[in-house]
Design a protein around this ligand. Structure first.
Ligand SMILES: [Zn+2]
Length: 271
């Protein structure tokens, strides 16, 4: 039970402090983002243990690096211009994995919760890299539902490059988790991570294209996923009012975790 061991807490605080001081120095996250990341990282560290934490930190580092690369190349995409992660983004992507890690710790490391953890992480990882790498695509992306061409950054917009980015994210996670933990065989890890990542990122795009709220700016007329544009409240033109990009991300990680659990149950009963 690592969460009962005071040394684990000390180790978690020390390592997280180093990572987040560096993150602030390199402007990876803002103050809210760093606080939320610290809480998520800490809970995952003490309940899930080192292996859970390593998978998480890989996701964190790879996504901030890709965000920085993309921001340097594509500056005009609104709301994503700064490349700094806020607390809402961290919570939306991290809460499902955090709950899975707590369940794993309290249950005495049940396999199914480790699978759910990997599924939530895979979904968040795939979607983040799909977005960041997809935005580098030189042509117009297409909406996942109607397949018509839309502006880059539109919720639900997909590109082949984005899916390739998602695959890169899933592969990195699979490599790390199969190296650091032997709860599952390499084939099982691949099945869990690829299925949950693909389902999660697709659900993310589908919800983005359908129920996520979209607005039109009353000043410049631009269509946006942000309720405020040009300093004023924009008019909602599509979707459901309270469903924003963070809600969609969160739901996608839940679906990813559920997919991973189902695949694991199937794999372990047919073994
Ligand atoms: Zn505007």
């Amino acid at each position: 039970m690592s969460y009962l061991d005071p040394l684990t807490h000390l180790e978690a605080i020390t390592i997280l402090a180093i990572i987040f001081l560096l993150s602030i120095k390199f402007k990876f996250v803002d103050v809210g983002g760093v606080t939320a990341s610290f809480v998520v990282g800490y809970v995952i560290y003490v309940f899930g243990g080192r292996n859970y934490f390593l998978a998480l930190i890989a996701f964190y580092l790879v996504s901030v690096v890709f965000t920085k690369i993309r921001v340097r190349k594509v500056r005009e995409v609104e709301n994503k211009e700064s490349g700094i992660r806020g607390w809402r983004n961290v919570v939306a992507n991290g809460i499902t994995a955090t709950i899975a890690a707590i369940a794993s710790g309290l249950s005495g490391e049940e396999k199914i919760f480790y699978a759910a953890y990997l599924g939530a992480l895979s979904s968040a990882f795939a979607d983040t890299l799909a977005t960041e790498i997809g935005l580098l695509y030189p042509k117009m992306p297409r909406l996942i539902t109607s397949m018509r061409k839309v502006k880059p950054g539109t919720p639900g917009a997909v590109t082949t490059l984005g899916y390739l980015g998602g695959l890169i994210g899933m592969t990195i996670l699979a490599l790390i988790s199969s190296t650091i933990d032997r709860k599952f065989t390499i084939h099982e890890v691949l099945a869990i991570i690829y299925s949950s990542g693909l389902v999660g990122m697709t659900v993310d795009s589908l919800l983005g294209a359908t129920v996520q709220a979209k607005y039109r700016c009353r000043i410049c007329g631009k269509k946006t996923e942000s309720p405020i544009h040009c300093g004023l409240r924009a008019e909602q033109v599509e979707g459901i009012e309270y469903i924003n990009t963070h809600t969609v991300n969160f739901v996608a990680t839940v679906i990813g975790a559920v997919t991973a659990s189902i695949v694991t149950t199937f794999l372990t009963t047919t073994r």
